[in-house]
Write a protein that binds this ligand. Structure first.
Ligand SMILES: CC(C)(COP(=O)(O)OP(=O)(O)OC[C@H]1O[C@@H](n2cnc3c(N)ncnc32)[C@H](O)[C@@H]1OP(=O)(O)O)[C@@H](O)C(=O)NCCC(=O)NCCS
Length: 217
């Protein structure tokens, strides 16, 4: 009885630990950078980051389940065939190692992917290469992001289109200028009540106060 309970606790611990680890997975690829406290990146969230298509994700981002960021994994559409002959068929290249960071000899990309700080990417979204998602943006569930999304915009659909902004232009520019995401965790904790209130001016004042007097009230 005792040992079966012990086994169950052990299995539960293992499950929880794996979940935590998975949620804060940090890819070991020098072409991927992930900011502090960003969560939801899993082993196959970012595919094919290379020197031509590095992926950077800012601080405090929430990445939904099943999100895929497709970096350097395109096929050329302007050649006679889209098939990766040099990677899979031709003997002179098949056994050669592709250039560092590249998945194979054939993949193409539209360039780097940048995801700013405090971005929320909804479940099942797809982010294609060459796009920048601005600070504070929201990407709706199932969206396909093919073009840049401005800061604090909410974009949905395929291709993703901006339906509105989270705040008015003055508030957006003040939030961007504040760079609140650079405050240390302890300073953010001090202004917890402002982080959870719908009052941007009060939040910005609190950020300024924390900058001037870190850890103060
Ligand atoms: C984008 C989102 C945040 C809602 O934003 P919102 O500004 O409050 O949007 P609304 O609900 O007011 O909807 C506005 C319009 O966009 C449409 N819309 C909302 N979300 C959409 C989506 N994901 N895809 C397509 N259209 C969407 C609505 O149907 C509505 O259209 P209408 O004006 O023609 O009726 C939300 O719909 C969403 O996708 N959340 C992600 C949830 C998720 O993935 N959670 C788990 C991951 S952590």
């Amino acid at each position: 009885m005792k040992s079966s309970l012990g086994k169950r606790i052990k299995a539960l611990r293992k499950k929880l630990f794996r979940k935590t680890e998975d949620n804060f997975f940090r890819p070991r690829n020098r072409f991927i950078t992930v900011g502090r406290h960003t969560y939801g990146i899993r082993k196959n969230t970012i595919i094919g980051a290379t020197e031509k298509s590095p992926v950077s994700i800012g601080h405090f981002c929430s990445i939904g389940g099943n999100v895929q960021i497709l970096a350097h994994v395109g096929h050329p559409v302007d050649l006679p065939s889209t098939y990766p002959f040099r990677s899979l068929v031709f003997r002179h290249t098949k056994n050669q190692t592709p250039a560092p960071g590249h998945l194979n000899h054939d993949s193409v990309t539209r360039g780097p992917i940048h995801i700013g700080h405090d971005v929320w990417v909804g479940h099942n979204a797809l982010i294609l290469s060459g796009v920048t998602i601005g600070i504070g943006a929201v990407i709706g569930a199932g969206a396909v992001v093919t073009r840049d999304i401005p800061p604090y915009a909410i974009a949905v659909g395929s291709p993703a289109r901006v339906i509105r902004h989270r705040f008015d232009p003055a508030a957006i520019s003040a939030l961007l200028k504040s760079e609140w995401w650079e405050l240390p965790d302890a300073a953010l904790e001090k202004i917890d009540s402002c982080l959870y209130a719908r009052d941007i001016p009060a939040f910005l004042d609190a950020v300024v106060r924390q900058r001037a007097n870190p850890g103060g009230q």
